[in-house]
Design a binder for this molecule. Structure first.
Ligand SMILES: [Zn+2]
Length: 335
Protein backbone atom coordinates (compact mmCIF):
# COMPACT_ATOMS: atom_id res chain seq x y z
CA UNK A 1 0.00 0.00 0.00
CA UNK A 2 1.16 3.45 -0.92
CA UNK A 3 0.41 6.06 1.72
CA UNK A 4 0.71 9.67 0.79
CA UNK A 5 0.50 12.63 3.08
CA UNK A 6 -0.33 15.88 1.36
CA UNK A 7 -0.61 19.37 2.70
CA UNK A 8 -3.18 21.56 1.03
CA UNK A 9 -3.70 25.24 1.25
CA UNK A 10 -7.42 25.25 1.60
CA UNK A 11 -8.26 28.87 2.19
CA UNK A 12 -11.43 29.06 0.29
CA UNK A 13 -12.27 26.21 -2.00
CA UNK A 14 -13.19 22.71 -1.02
CA UNK A 15 -10.56 20.12 -1.78
CA UNK A 16 -11.53 18.60 -5.08
CA UNK A 17 -9.11 15.69 -5.16
CA UNK A 18 -7.36 14.11 -2.25
CA UNK A 19 -5.82 11.21 -4.12
CA UNK A 20 -2.15 11.79 -4.69
CA UNK A 21 0.26 8.99 -5.33
CA UNK A 22 3.78 8.90 -6.63
CA UNK A 23 7.02 10.48 -5.60
CA UNK A 24 6.45 13.96 -6.89
CA UNK A 25 7.00 16.64 -4.34
CA UNK A 26 5.25 19.69 -5.65
CA UNK A 27 6.92 22.91 -4.76
CA UNK A 28 4.78 25.77 -3.56
CA UNK A 29 6.19 27.84 -6.39
CA UNK A 30 4.43 25.62 -8.89
CA UNK A 31 1.06 25.95 -7.32
CA UNK A 32 -1.47 27.24 -9.80
CA UNK A 33 -2.37 30.74 -8.62
CA UNK A 34 -5.97 30.25 -9.72
CA UNK A 35 -6.66 27.37 -7.36
CA UNK A 36 -5.77 27.51 -3.73
CA UNK A 37 -7.06 24.04 -2.97
CA UNK A 38 -4.27 21.85 -4.16
CA UNK A 39 -1.42 19.97 -2.63
CA UNK A 40 1.48 22.27 -1.97
CA UNK A 41 3.56 19.40 -0.59
CA UNK A 42 3.24 15.67 -0.93
CA UNK A 43 5.29 13.46 1.31
CA UNK A 44 5.24 9.90 0.00
CA UNK A 45 8.30 8.56 1.79
CA UNK A 46 8.15 9.51 5.43
CA UNK A 47 9.38 12.96 4.60
CA UNK A 48 8.84 16.04 6.61
CA UNK A 49 8.31 19.61 5.49
CA UNK A 50 8.35 23.01 7.09
CA UNK A 51 5.65 25.48 6.12
CA UNK A 52 7.15 28.93 6.14
CA UNK A 53 4.50 31.65 5.84
CA UNK A 54 7.05 33.95 4.23
CA UNK A 55 7.67 31.41 1.50
CA UNK A 56 4.42 29.49 1.25
CA UNK A 57 2.01 32.24 2.10
CA UNK A 58 -0.18 32.94 5.06
CA UNK A 59 -3.20 30.72 5.05
CA UNK A 60 -4.96 27.73 6.43
CA UNK A 61 -3.30 24.45 5.59
CA UNK A 62 -4.90 21.02 5.67
CA UNK A 63 -3.13 17.71 6.03
CA UNK A 64 -4.68 14.88 4.07
CA UNK A 65 -3.60 11.28 4.54
CA UNK A 66 -4.46 9.01 1.66
CA UNK A 67 -3.89 5.33 1.12
CA UNK A 68 -4.19 3.44 -2.13
CA UNK A 69 -3.64 -0.25 -2.81
CA UNK A 70 -2.71 -1.06 -6.35
CA UNK A 71 -3.52 -4.32 -8.03
CA UNK A 72 -5.80 -5.96 -5.49
CA UNK A 73 -9.31 -7.18 -6.19
CA UNK A 74 -8.62 -8.36 -9.71
CA UNK A 75 -6.43 -5.46 -10.69
CA UNK A 76 -8.86 -2.75 -9.69
CA UNK A 77 -7.42 0.00 -7.56
CA UNK A 78 -9.00 -0.02 -4.18
CA UNK A 79 -9.35 3.01 -2.03
CA UNK A 80 -8.52 2.24 1.59
CA UNK A 81 -10.88 3.77 4.08
CA UNK A 82 -9.22 6.25 6.38
CA UNK A 83 -9.89 4.21 9.49
CA UNK A 84 -7.95 1.31 8.00
CA UNK A 85 -4.73 3.22 7.46
CA UNK A 86 -2.13 2.76 10.16
CA UNK A 87 0.01 5.84 10.32
CA UNK A 88 1.66 8.23 12.68
CA UNK A 89 1.75 11.91 11.82
CA UNK A 90 3.67 14.44 13.86
CA UNK A 91 2.81 18.10 13.52
CA UNK A 92 4.86 20.70 15.33
CA UNK A 93 3.59 24.24 15.35
CA UNK A 94 5.09 27.51 16.36
CA UNK A 95 3.11 29.89 18.54
CA UNK A 96 0.15 31.53 16.82
CA UNK A 97 1.17 34.72 15.11
CA UNK A 98 -1.22 37.64 14.92
CA UNK A 99 -1.75 39.15 11.50
CA UNK A 100 0.64 42.05 11.21
CA UNK A 101 -1.60 45.03 10.62
CA UNK A 102 -0.90 45.94 7.01
CA UNK A 103 -1.12 49.46 5.70
CA UNK A 104 -4.45 50.44 4.28
CA UNK A 105 -5.20 49.06 0.83
CA UNK A 106 -5.60 51.93 -1.58
CA UNK A 107 -7.69 51.26 -4.69
CA UNK A 108 -7.75 53.49 -7.74
CA UNK A 109 -10.91 53.14 -9.78
CA UNK A 110 -9.63 54.31 -13.16
CA UNK A 111 -12.38 55.42 -15.55
CA UNK A 112 -9.98 57.15 -17.97
CA UNK A 113 -10.41 60.38 -19.88
CA UNK A 114 -13.28 60.55 -22.35
CA UNK A 115 -11.80 63.67 -24.01
CA UNK A 116 -8.45 62.10 -24.93
CA UNK A 117 -9.97 58.63 -25.23
CA UNK A 118 -7.33 57.09 -22.97
CA UNK A 119 -7.19 55.14 -19.74
CA UNK A 120 -4.36 53.72 -17.66
CA UNK A 121 -2.39 50.87 -19.24
CA UNK A 122 -3.09 47.32 -18.18
CA UNK A 123 0.13 45.57 -19.17
CA UNK A 124 -0.85 42.29 -17.53
CA UNK A 125 -3.61 41.81 -20.13
CA UNK A 126 -0.91 41.03 -22.68
CA UNK A 127 1.96 39.86 -20.52
CA UNK A 128 0.20 37.55 -18.09
CA UNK A 129 -3.14 36.37 -19.37
CA UNK A 130 -1.87 34.21 -22.24
CA UNK A 131 -5.14 34.67 -24.12
CA UNK A 132 -3.55 35.34 -27.48
CA UNK A 133 -4.49 39.00 -27.64
CA UNK A 134 -2.40 41.52 -29.53
CA UNK A 135 -0.08 43.78 -27.51
CA UNK A 136 -2.32 46.82 -27.98
CA UNK A 137 -4.92 45.27 -25.67
CA UNK A 138 -2.92 46.91 -22.85
CA UNK A 139 -3.99 50.37 -24.02
CA UNK A 140 -7.34 50.69 -22.38
CA UNK A 141 -10.10 53.02 -23.53
CA UNK A 142 -12.07 55.03 -21.01
CA UNK A 143 -15.49 54.35 -19.62
CA UNK A 144 -18.18 55.96 -21.77
CA UNK A 145 -21.81 56.58 -20.85
CA UNK A 146 -22.50 55.84 -24.52
CA UNK A 147 -21.50 52.20 -23.88
CA UNK A 148 -24.95 51.97 -22.33
CA UNK A 149 -26.78 54.27 -24.71
CA UNK A 150 -26.67 57.16 -22.25
CA UNK A 151 -25.56 60.74 -23.07
CA UNK A 152 -21.97 61.58 -22.16
CA UNK A 153 -23.32 64.44 -20.04
CA UNK A 154 -24.32 61.73 -17.55
CA UNK A 155 -20.80 60.29 -17.38
CA UNK A 156 -19.65 62.07 -14.22
CA UNK A 157 -22.70 61.14 -12.19
CA UNK A 158 -22.44 57.56 -13.44
CA UNK A 159 -18.81 57.34 -12.34
CA UNK A 160 -19.70 58.74 -8.96
CA UNK A 161 -22.56 56.26 -8.53
CA UNK A 162 -20.38 53.30 -9.59
CA UNK A 163 -17.57 54.30 -7.22
CA UNK A 164 -20.04 54.83 -4.39
CA UNK A 165 -21.61 51.42 -4.90
CA UNK A 166 -18.22 49.63 -5.04
CA UNK A 167 -17.20 51.29 -1.81
CA UNK A 168 -20.54 50.39 -0.21
CA UNK A 169 -20.02 46.70 -1.09
CA UNK A 170 -16.70 46.70 0.74
CA UNK A 171 -17.91 48.80 3.66
CA UNK A 172 -20.77 46.31 4.11
CA UNK A 173 -18.16 43.68 5.04
CA UNK A 174 -17.02 45.83 7.94
CA UNK A 175 -13.86 47.21 6.35
CA UNK A 176 -13.18 50.74 7.55
CA UNK A 177 -11.55 53.65 5.76
CA UNK A 178 -8.37 52.83 7.64
CA UNK A 179 -8.37 49.45 5.95
CA UNK A 180 -9.46 50.10 2.38
CA UNK A 181 -9.75 53.39 0.58
CA UNK A 182 -11.10 54.17 -2.88
CA UNK A 183 -10.17 57.05 -5.15
CA UNK A 184 -11.16 57.92 -8.72
CA UNK A 185 -8.19 60.23 -9.38
CA UNK A 186 -4.74 58.78 -9.99
CA UNK A 187 -2.99 58.54 -6.60
CA UNK A 188 0.35 60.13 -5.88
CA UNK A 189 3.05 58.25 -7.84
CA UNK A 190 4.79 57.27 -4.59
CA UNK A 191 1.66 55.71 -3.17
CA UNK A 192 1.17 51.95 -3.27
CA UNK A 193 -2.21 51.14 -4.77
CA UNK A 194 -4.11 48.57 -6.74
CA UNK A 195 -5.93 49.68 -9.87
CA UNK A 196 -9.28 48.68 -11.28
CA UNK A 197 -9.42 49.84 -14.90
CA UNK A 198 -12.94 50.35 -16.21
CA UNK A 199 -13.62 50.69 -19.93
CA UNK A 200 -13.66 49.07 -23.34
CA UNK A 201 -13.79 45.40 -24.24
CA UNK A 202 -11.51 42.64 -25.47
CA UNK A 203 -11.56 40.32 -28.48
CA UNK A 204 -13.25 37.76 -26.24
CA UNK A 205 -17.02 38.07 -26.56
CA UNK A 206 -18.81 37.84 -23.26
CA UNK A 207 -15.78 38.62 -21.12
CA UNK A 208 -16.85 41.39 -18.74
CA UNK A 209 -13.80 41.52 -16.51
CA UNK A 210 -10.52 39.86 -15.64
CA UNK A 211 -8.24 40.15 -12.65
CA UNK A 212 -4.46 39.96 -12.76
CA UNK A 213 -4.55 37.01 -10.39
CA UNK A 214 -6.29 35.59 -7.40
CA UNK A 215 -3.87 37.27 -5.08
CA UNK A 216 -3.84 34.93 -2.15
CA UNK A 217 -3.89 36.75 1.17
CA UNK A 218 -3.61 40.01 -0.77
CA UNK A 219 0.15 39.65 -0.82
CA UNK A 220 0.50 42.19 -3.65
CA UNK A 221 -0.88 45.63 -3.02
CA UNK A 222 -0.21 47.19 -6.39
CA UNK A 223 -1.88 44.74 -8.75
CA UNK A 224 -4.63 45.32 -11.31
CA UNK A 225 -8.02 44.22 -12.48
CA UNK A 226 -10.06 45.35 -15.45
CA UNK A 227 -13.77 45.67 -16.08
CA UNK A 228 -14.90 45.81 -19.68
CA UNK A 229 -17.82 48.20 -19.52
CA UNK A 230 -18.29 48.29 -23.30
CA UNK A 231 -18.83 44.52 -23.23
CA UNK A 232 -21.26 44.84 -20.35
CA UNK A 233 -23.15 47.40 -22.43
CA UNK A 234 -23.33 44.95 -25.33
CA UNK A 235 -24.76 42.37 -22.94
CA UNK A 236 -27.52 44.52 -21.63
CA UNK A 237 -28.52 46.97 -24.31
CA UNK A 238 -31.73 46.25 -26.13
CA UNK A 239 -29.72 45.57 -29.29
CA UNK A 240 -27.30 43.32 -27.43
CA UNK A 241 -26.97 39.61 -27.95
CA UNK A 242 -27.51 38.36 -24.41
CA UNK A 243 -31.04 37.50 -23.39
CA UNK A 244 -30.97 39.34 -20.10
CA UNK A 245 -33.38 41.95 -21.32
CA UNK A 246 -32.79 45.53 -22.27
CA UNK A 247 -32.02 48.28 -19.86
CA UNK A 248 -34.81 50.69 -18.92
CA UNK A 249 -35.68 53.43 -21.39
CA UNK A 250 -35.82 56.12 -18.71
CA UNK A 251 -32.27 57.55 -18.50
CA UNK A 252 -32.37 57.97 -14.74
CA UNK A 253 -33.53 54.39 -14.13
CA UNK A 254 -31.05 53.14 -16.70
CA UNK A 255 -28.16 54.98 -15.07
CA UNK A 256 -28.98 53.30 -11.76
CA UNK A 257 -28.98 49.93 -13.52
CA UNK A 258 -25.64 50.74 -15.14
CA UNK A 259 -24.12 51.74 -11.81
CA UNK A 260 -25.21 48.40 -10.33
CA UNK A 261 -23.95 46.39 -13.30
CA UNK A 262 -20.54 47.99 -13.53
CA UNK A 263 -20.05 48.11 -9.76
CA UNK A 264 -20.92 44.41 -9.42
CA UNK A 265 -18.32 43.43 -12.01
CA UNK A 266 -15.62 45.84 -10.87
CA UNK A 267 -16.06 44.87 -7.21
CA UNK A 268 -15.94 41.18 -8.23
CA UNK A 269 -12.64 41.59 -10.10
CA UNK A 270 -11.28 43.66 -7.22
CA UNK A 271 -12.25 40.79 -4.91
CA UNK A 272 -9.90 38.51 -6.86
CA UNK A 273 -6.87 40.77 -6.44
CA UNK A 274 -7.71 41.09 -2.75
CA UNK A 275 -7.56 37.30 -2.41
CA UNK A 276 -11.07 36.01 -3.04
CA UNK A 277 -11.94 33.12 -5.30
CA UNK A 278 -15.31 32.37 -6.80
CA UNK A 279 -18.12 31.45 -4.50
CA UNK A 280 -19.18 27.90 -5.02
CA UNK A 281 -22.85 28.67 -5.28
CA UNK A 282 -23.87 29.23 -8.84
CA UNK A 283 -26.87 30.95 -10.38
CA UNK A 284 -28.77 31.37 -7.17
CA UNK A 285 -30.68 34.47 -6.22
CA UNK A 286 -30.15 34.05 -2.50
CA UNK A 287 -27.61 35.00 -1.50
CA UNK A 288 -26.82 37.17 -4.51
CA UNK A 289 -23.13 36.64 -3.98
CA UNK A 290 -20.72 39.09 -5.56
CA UNK A 291 -18.16 36.32 -6.07
CA UNK A 292 -20.71 33.95 -7.58
CA UNK A 293 -22.32 33.93 -10.99
CA UNK A 294 -25.58 35.76 -10.66
CA UNK A 295 -27.69 38.15 -12.63
CA UNK A 296 -25.82 41.40 -12.22
CA UNK A 297 -28.85 43.66 -12.56
CA UNK A 298 -29.46 43.11 -8.86
CA UNK A 299 -27.14 44.73 -6.32
CA UNK A 300 -24.72 42.12 -5.02
CA UNK A 301 -22.72 41.83 -1.84
CA UNK A 302 -19.91 39.76 -0.47
CA UNK A 303 -21.45 36.90 1.48
CA UNK A 304 -20.49 34.07 3.68
CA UNK A 305 -20.06 31.19 1.29
CA UNK A 306 -22.22 28.16 0.80
CA UNK A 307 -20.94 24.94 -0.66
CA UNK A 308 -22.33 22.15 -2.74
CA UNK A 309 -23.14 18.92 -1.02
CA UNK A 310 -20.25 17.09 -2.69
CA UNK A 311 -17.67 19.51 -1.43
CA UNK A 312 -16.15 18.28 1.72
CA UNK A 313 -16.38 21.41 3.76
CA UNK A 314 -12.62 21.52 4.00
CA UNK A 315 -11.17 24.92 3.68
CA UNK A 316 -11.76 28.35 4.93
CA UNK A 317 -15.13 29.17 3.50
CA UNK A 318 -16.20 32.50 4.89
CA UNK A 319 -15.14 35.03 2.28
CA UNK A 320 -15.95 38.05 4.41
CA UNK A 321 -13.67 36.81 7.16
CA UNK A 322 -11.10 35.92 4.52
CA UNK A 323 -11.24 39.45 3.18
CA UNK A 324 -10.86 40.88 6.67
CA UNK A 325 -7.83 38.66 7.20
CA UNK A 326 -6.36 39.76 3.89
CA UNK A 327 -6.73 43.49 4.33
CA UNK A 328 -8.29 44.11 7.67
CA UNK A 329 -7.95 43.12 11.24
CA UNK A 330 -9.55 39.71 10.78
CA UNK A 331 -8.90 36.72 12.95
CA UNK A 332 -5.43 35.92 14.18
CA UNK A 333 -3.70 33.23 12.20
CA UNK A 334 -3.19 29.96 14.04
CA UNK A 335 -6.20 30.33 16.29
ZN1 LIG B 1 -14.19 36.03 -11.25
Amino acid sequence: MDITVAIYNGDVEAVTSISTIGDDVASADEVDPYYSAQAVFTMPNHESVIIDPDVNGLGTYYVVVNGLSIGVEGGVDQQILNEDIPYRLTITTSDPEPVVAPPSQLVWLSFGDDITGTNTRADYLYEETDLGWSPDVVNRPPFYAADFGLPETMRDELIEAIAERIEEIYRNTGLTEDEIEFVIERPDPHAVYSTVVIGGRTPMSGLVGIAQSIDRANSTRDDMATTFSEEIGLFYRGDGWMPYGPLAEDPQVRSEQVATLVANTAAHELGHILGLEHATEVLTDEPNNLMGYNDSLEPQDLEERNSYWYQLGLGFTNEIDLLLRAIGSGTDMGE
